[in-house]
Design a protein around this ligand. Structure first.
Ligand code: SAH
Length: 214
């Protein structure tokens, strides 16, 4: 195994990630396949990196932290908003039965689909669309992970959570410059909210993105 991977996993443990299933998933997903060539030498650094369309592949610590906070079981149906590079999608796919993932940039979605197919990760269903609306045809979901920052509680997604203990983890703005990871747990019409750690994500934007042709 690449020593950079081992170093990274050790660092995540030092940072408090304790769930061995989550650590094993990060160990098994080759992050170098999800970053652009010019950042290859930083693929296993514990930092976010730019991808195209002004978006980012999240920091490994944040991927591990949010995945751990989701408390995923291996029979669960998971919805991810913001496919981006597909890295977080691959980590979720290792831990669950099936992942549904939505991205608003067609070009990002197509590259992510190719990477995931090359890695032979097959328990993923993708969609070009506005993730704020969720995926009503596939609801309810046992777990929902949002990887772009909402400016308020995403109620449309909470509605698509299983009423029996469904959990959603999402970065939500608390001021103009600050976001916190919030964990929402749904029991019937009751929603418990836990504020976890401060983070910085790109914004959750409405609609499908318009892209220049080519
Ligand atoms: N999970 C990704 C993180 C990508 S950054 C990874 O590991 O690489 C967040 C992504 O959310 C961006 O690709 C952005 O285009 C996407 N996004 C933002 N708003 C969205 C929306 N309403 N619906 C779907 N995707 C959205």
């Amino acid at each position: 195994m690449d020593t950079r991977v081992i170093q990274l996993i050790m660092e995540l443990r030092r940072q408090g990630i304790a769930d061995t299933r989550v650590l094993a998933a990060l160990e098994r997903v080759p992050r170098d396949r999800f970053v652009a060539d010019q950042f290859l030498k930083h693929a296993y650094d514990n930092i976010a990196l730019p991808i195209t369309q002004g978006q980012t592949i999240s920091q490994p610590f944040v991927v591990a932290y949010m995945t751990e906070a989701l408390r995923i079981g291996d029979r669960m149906k998971v919805l991810e908003i913001g496919t981006g590079s597909g890295y977080q999608t691959a980590v979720l796919a290792k831990l669950s039965r099936r992942v549904y993932t939505i991205e608003r940039y067609r070009s990002l979605l197509q590259s992510a689909e190719k990477r995931l197919a090359d890695l032979k990760i097959t328990n993923i269903t993708t969609k070009l669309g506005d993730g704020i609306k969720g995926w009503p045809e596939q609801a309810p979901f046992d777990r929902i992970l949002v990887t772009a920052a909402a400016d308020h509680r995403p109620d449309s997604l909470i509605e698509q959570l299983s009423p029996e203990g469904g959990i959603m983890v999402a970065p939500v703005s608390v001021s103009a410059t600050e976001q916190d990871i919030i964990r929402y747990t749904r029991r019937g019409n009751d929603v418990e909210e836990e504020r976890l750690i401060p983070v910085r994500f790109v914004p959750l934007l409405p609609g499908i993105a318009r892209e220049a042709a080519g």
